[in-house]
Design a protein around this ligand. Sequence first.
Ligand code: SAH
Length: 265
Amino acid sequence: MVLVPLISLPLSFYCIIYINIMSIGERIMKKKIIFFTGIIIMLWLGQRVFSRESWEEARMQMVEEQIVARGIQNPILLEALRHVPRHEFVPQEMKEWAYADTPLPIGFGQTISQPFIVALMTEKAKVKTGDRVLEIGTGSGYQAAILSAMGCTVYTVEIIEKLAAWAEANLKRLGYENVTVKWGDGYFGWQDASPFDAIIVTCSVDHLPPPLLEQLKEGGTMVIPVGPPWSIQSLFVVEKTSQGVTVHDLGAVRFVPLTREIRKD
Ligand code: SAH
């Protein structure tokens, strides 16, 4: 579609400049060309506005039917979900399904989580505006964008270099500035940026990583899927208090595993 303005705009300018030195027949011909290029430009603009509106419509429907209907209530979170363009965080061939009630492949054998799971983890992590939040498993950058839109300072770690770079580019292009992406093994958290009010782990572990517990503030909450890899895990809400740690099980989930292999492919 980019070809439309690229071709039609210079053509129109050409016609406008030379129209005065032409014969009557040529002038009529050129006027017709201007008229039709105008129509093409208008159709192109109309198509752009229409597609923007339909993405927005799909997003509003996603929030009402998949998220509010399932009991998510935090108004700041719901506002962020209504604003963050999820279709900008999936590969081109997946855009059509960006607002569907499902996780989607993002390449390298990884997935962007189902919208409801993103909402549930964020709500259960009790994230508030102004919080310092650590995410393990940046993936597409969508979860980080939701946290950023809620007014948090976000630190996010991704183990696959190309995904870290892609997520960083997505976040930058869309103007999410309070997010820092790091390529590395999130098992160790982000010591220099700690302590965190909340930690959201979007890949599964078979035990609670001690560095993450240590980097959580007292009074802070971590949401993390714990269980065997490539199987069913339990979504744990871990709260750190002055007395120690409490764990609450939210039920069965399925996440890609936290791996320990730093990938450059
Ligand atoms: N939160 C993401 C979805 C992430 S899927 C989103 O919003 O799109 C889980 C991600 O965790 C994958 O991208 C995977 O590469 C990453 N991952 C797996 N092991 C990791 C580790 N040790 N450290 C950091 N990231 C890891």
